[in-house]
Design a protein around this ligand. Structure first.
Ligand code: HEC
Ligand code: HEC
Length: 373
C-alpha cells in the first residue's frame, strides 16, 4: 500500500511537477523584450533565449577592445553610441587604420532585419557577430580559436560565461550568442514620429507631416522603406539597385572575377567586388549592385549615407532620389525622377529627422553613451 502510494507521488513529480519546475525556472530567467503591443516580436533563435546575464555579458564584450588582435578596436568603435551606433566615417576603419569598402550601418533595430549586412550574407545576429572578429581589416584575429584562447585567459570572463551559459567553457558560439542578446535590446521606438502615429497630433511639425505624405505618395519611398504598425522599421528586407554602386565600374568584369572566389566576406571588403552587393550572395545577375533597403530610423544620427558612405547629408540623399538615382543596366524599376519642389525636399528631410529616438524601453541610452569609445 505505502509502496504504491510512493509510486504515485514519484509519478506525479516526474511527469507533472518536475517539468513545471524546469519551465518555471526558465521562465524567471528569461528577459521579455518590451515592445508596443501592436509591434511583432523579432525572431529570436530557439537555442538563444535572451536572459539578463547574457545581455550584461554581451554589453561587456561589445565595448571590449580586447576583442581585436591589438586591443585597439571594439564593436563599439564602428557601431559607436555617439554616432547613433555607427561611426560617422565614409567607410569603416579597423585595426591600424585599415579601411574596409563599406559604410558601417547602425545596429539600432538591426534585430528586426530578416538578414544582416548590406548584402544579407548573415542570417542572424549570431552569425553576423562572428564575421568582424576574424576580418583582417576589422578586428584582425587569424581565427576564432586565437580569439577564444585570449579570452579564456581573462578571469572575469570565465565567471560571466558560467553565469550566462552554465559552463565555464568559453566558445565562439556562446560569445556570439551573448553579443546578439545585447544587440536585441537596442530597439528605438520612441521618436516624435512614433508619438504622432500613436495619436499625438502635435508631436511632429507641419513640415514633417507633409514629408510623411510625400514619403507615401509622390516620392514613392514607402514602396521599399515599408512601414506598418506591426513592423514599423521602414524596410522591405529586400535588395535593390538604386544606382549608388555604379560609379564608373565594369560590373560584368567584376562579376566574372567574383564567381571564382568562394569567400563572400573577403569580396565584401574588397574595393570593387564589394560593389556587386547582393550578387555576391545569390550570383544572380539581377542582384548586381543591389543592397539591402536599410532602416531609416535614427537616420539623422548616422551620416554619411548609403552602403559606400557616398552621400554626406540627408539633403544629398533626397537630391539623389529626385534625379532618379544613377542610371545603370540593373537600376530598380521603382527608381525614377520625382520632380520634387524645394519645399517638398525640405519636408522630406523634416520627416526623416522626426524618426530620431535617443533611447528605448530595453536599454539605457545614457549609460551606453558613457561607455562609448
Ligand atoms: C572596423 C569596423 C567594424 C567593426 C570593428 C565591427 N563592425 Fe559591424 N559592420 C561594419 C560594417 C562596414 C558593416 C557592413 C558590412 C557589409 O555589409 O559587408 C557592419 C555590419 C554589421 C551589422 C549588420 C547591420 C545591418 O544593417 O545589416 C551588425 C549587426 C554588426 N555589424 C555588428 C557588429 C558587432 C557585434 C561587432 C563586434 C563583434 C562589429 N559589428 C564589429 C563595421 C564594423
Ligand atoms: C527601389 C527601392 C527604394 C526606394 C523607392 C527608396 N529607397 Fe531609400 N534605400 C533603398 C536601398 C536599397 C538603400 C541602400 C542602397 C545602397 O546603399 O546602395 C536605401 C538607402 C536609403 C537611405 C540611406 C540609409 C543609410 O543608412 O545610409 C536613406 C536616407 C533613404 N534610402 C531614404 C529614402 C527616401 C527618402 C526615399 C524616397 C524619396 C527612398 N529612400 C526611396 C531602397 C529604396
Amino acid at each position: 500500500m505505502w509502496r504504491s502510494c510512493f509510486g504515485v507521488v514519484l509519478f506525479l513529480f516526474l511527469f507533472c511537477l518536475f517539468p513545471y519546475y524546469l519551465y518555471a525556472q526558465e521562465g524567471t530567467d528569461q528577459y521579455q523584450l518590451k515592445l508596443p503591443p501592436e509591434v511583432l516580436e523579432p525572431l529570436i533563435p530557439e537555442d538563444n533565449p535572451i536572459t539578463p546575464a547574457k545581455i550584461e555579458l554581451g554589453k561587456k564584450l561589445y565595448f571590449d577592445k580586447r576583442l581585436s588582435i591589438d586591443d585597439t578596436v571594439s564593436c563599439a568603435t564602428c557601431h559607436n553610441p555617439k554616432f547613433g551606433f555607427s561611426d560617422s566615417k565614409k567607410v569603416a576603419e579597423g585595426i591600424q587604420g585599415k579601411k574596409g569598402a563599406r559604410n558601417s550601418p547602425t545596429v539600432l533595430n538591426a534585430t528586426f532585419y530578416d538578414e544582416q549586412f548590406w548584402d544579407g550574407r548573415a542570417p542572424t545576429l549570431e552569425e553576423q557577430a562572428k564575421g568582424p572578429l576574424v576580418n583582417p581589416v576589422e578586428m584582425g584575429f587569424p581565427s576564432h580559436d586565437a580569439l577564444i584562447e585570449k579570452l579564456r585567459a581573462i578571469p572575469e570572463y570565465s565567471n560571466a560565461f558560467k553565469e550566462s551559459f552554465g559552463t565555464e567553457d568559453l566558445t565562439i558560439e556562446h560569445l556570439a550568442q551573448a553579443i546578439a542578446s545585447f544587440e536585441r535590446t537596442l530597439i528605438t521606438l520612441e521618436s516624435p514620429f512614433d508619438q504622432f502615429i500613436a495619436g499625438k497630433e502635435n508631436a511632429i511639425s507641419p513640415e514633417a507631416k507633409r514629408g510623411f505624405e510625400l514619403f507615401q505618395g509622390k516620392a514613392r519611398c514607402i514602396t521599399c522603406h515599408e512601414f506598418n504598425r506591426t513592423y514599423p522599421f521602414f524596410t522591405d528586407n529586400k535588395y535593390h539597385n538604386i544606382g549608388v554602386a555604379i560609379h564608373g565600374k565594369n560590373f560584368a568584369e567584376l562579376a566574372r572575377k567574383a564567381t571564382k572566389e568562394p569567400d563572400i566576406a573577403k569580396l565584401a571588403h574588397e574595393e570593387g567586388a564589394s560593389e556587386l552587393g547582393r550578387y555576391l550572395v545569390t550570383k544572380q545577375t539581377k542582384d548586381i549592385g543591389a543592397f539591402k533597403t536599410s532602416t531609416i530610423r535614427n537616420i539623422e544620427l548616422t551620416a554619411p549615407y548609403m552602403h559606400d558612405g557616398s552621400l554626406a547629408t540627408l539633403e544629398e540623399v533626397i537630391d539623389f532620389y529626385n534625379k532618379g538615382g544613377e542610371p545603370n543596366p540593373n537600376l530598380d524599376g521603382g527608381i525614377r525622377p520625382l520632380n520634387l519642389t524645394a519645399q517638398e525636399k525640405k519636408d522630406l528631410v523634416a520627416f526623416l529627422k522626426s524618426l530620431t529616438s535617443r533611447g528605448g524601453a530595453n536599454f539605457d541610452w545614457a549609460e551606453l553613451q558613457e561607455l562609448a569609445p
